[in-house]
Ligand binder design. Structure first.
Ligand code: DGP
Length: 122
């Protein structure tokens, strides 16, 4: 897989490098299973990515063995959103696959908040 001209293996994406502190990020939460950091290209006043430490490529590639980590990501995303002071007005998004806008192939949950959102999303 290539990204920005770099050759990246599945376990060597930008997000694995953020987990390993090989590239910097504005980290807002970390535990044994996940890491949350601010998106470098924010699409809302609050735009945070929550990622599993396990390098799952995308939600469609997750299996039953990933059930608890996926639930963990959702519950932590809710906690993190609340800590950002946006009340219950936030949107959670998984982009799955290139056709749906996924650009980094390490599963990530977008937390977006702090502005009005339209529906359907673009
Ligand atoms: P997606 O399009 O769903 O694959 O979202 C990938 C997001 O990752 C995109 O909003 C930009 C963000 N991103 C890409 N590279 C970096 C990086 O090096 N650091 C941070 N903090 N975010 C990144």
């Amino acid at each position: 897989m290539t990204f920005k001209g770099l050759n990246l293996s599945m376990s060597d994406t930008l997000f694995s490098k953020i987990i390993n502190r090989e590239i910097p990020a504005d980290i807002v939460y970390e535990d044994d299973l996940c890491l949350a950091f601010r998106d470098v290209n924010p699409q809302a006043p609050v735009h945070i990515l929550v990622i599993p430490k396990k390098p799952i490529t995308k939600i469609a590639d997750a299996t039953e063995t990933d059930q608890s980590v996926l639930g963990h990501l959702l519950l932590k995303a809710s906690d993190i959103a609340k800590e950002q002071g946006v009340g219950d007005a936030f949107r959670l998004v998984f982009n799955n696959g290139t056709g749906a806008g996924q650009t980094v192939f390490h599963l990530h949950l977008h937390i977006l908040a702090g502005r009005e959102f339209s529906w359907p999303p673009g």
